[in-house]
Ligand binder design. Structure first.
Ligand SMILES: [Zn+2]
Length: 272
């Protein structure tokens, strides 16, 4: 697998340097149990087995029918089905301020993208990576936008993966802005959620010339009903983006296809 992000010498140097600054590998990032440095994604055996991994393609067509509205995303991918363990990963990053978690999470996402041959054309055509934005008040309270941390690391991994592409993917962390601080909408339907997000996002005008005709990779930690991601895609397309693809760590989506039930199928994992 020449795409695996650990293969390039520059990447190895970078990883080693990061390892010195932010040591990973002492404790499992999910349950806190002691693990050694050789562990894949810094997860213990038990957590690796408990996670419902998959080369997940979210079925946007089915979602569109269900929600009864237009879909703006061109594709949506995930690495695992939402469960106790994936929830813990996301929760620790977001609410326990464990920002170092962005690194193993983006490593998982990079492997998901780079070991799926059906995604090669899409990956080679991506011009920009854009994180799903967080409202500035939330960002101030939290201290960071988790999607941005993941996007930063993931973009650098994709750029050093040796893909046959003409230019590097450019990260545009402030391309989208969250202009309205909406409350969590767990109790409402997908359609209502989408309607409630009207005016919640804004496009940063400084990118308006740049984005025309481009292909964008939109990045977030989680996909639930997809309303947020779809609003982002709608804005990007309204401002000239040609295609918008989405990747996240986990989805609880009913239309997630490709979850692996058999351990033998977990081919996008590195050697365990
Ligand atoms: Zn564990």
């Amino acid at each position: 697998m020449y795409y695996l992000t650990g293969n390039s010498p520059i990447r190895s140097f970078f990883e080693n340097f990061l390892q010195l600054l932010f040591p990973m590998g002492t404790y499992c990032i999910c349950c806190g149990k002691y693990v050694d440095l050789s562990r894949t994604y810094c997860l213990c055996d038990q957590c690796v087995r408990a996670i419902n991994w998959g080369r997940i393609h979210i079925d946007l067509e089915e979602e569109r029918k269900e929600a009864g509205r237009t879909r703006y995303l061109d594709s949506a991918l995930s690495c695992m089905v939402y469960g106790l363990h994936s929830a813990r990963l996301v929760f620790d990053l977001k609410y326990n301020k464990k920002t170092f978690m962005a690194r193993p999470i983006s490593m998982i996402m990079a492997d998901r993208l780079l070991t799926d041959e059906s995604l090669e054309d899409m990956l080679c055509s991506v011009d920009f990576s854009v994180p799903v934005p967080l409202h500035h008040q939330k960002r101030k309270t939290r201290g960071f936008n988790q999607a941005e941390l993941i996007a930063k690391d993931l973009t650098s991994r994709l750029n050093s993966a040796g893909l046959p592409r003409e230019r590097k993917i450019r990260l545009m962390p402030d391309c989208l802005l969250r202009s309205k601080n909406t409350a969590a909408q767990r109790s409402v339907s997908g359609e209502e959620r989408f309607a409630n997000l009207e005016g919640a996002f804004a496009f940063n005008e400084k990118y308006s010339g740049l984005i025309k005709g481009s292909s964008v990779l939109l990045i977030d930690d989680i996909f639930t009903t997809g309303s947020t991601a779809d609003w982002c895609a709608r804005l990007l397309k309204a401002n000239g983006a040609r295609e918008v693809h989405f990747i996240c760590l986990t989805t609880g989506n009913d239309f997630a296809r490709g979850a692996f039930r058999e351990r033998d199928d977990e081919t996008f994992l590195r050697e365990l």
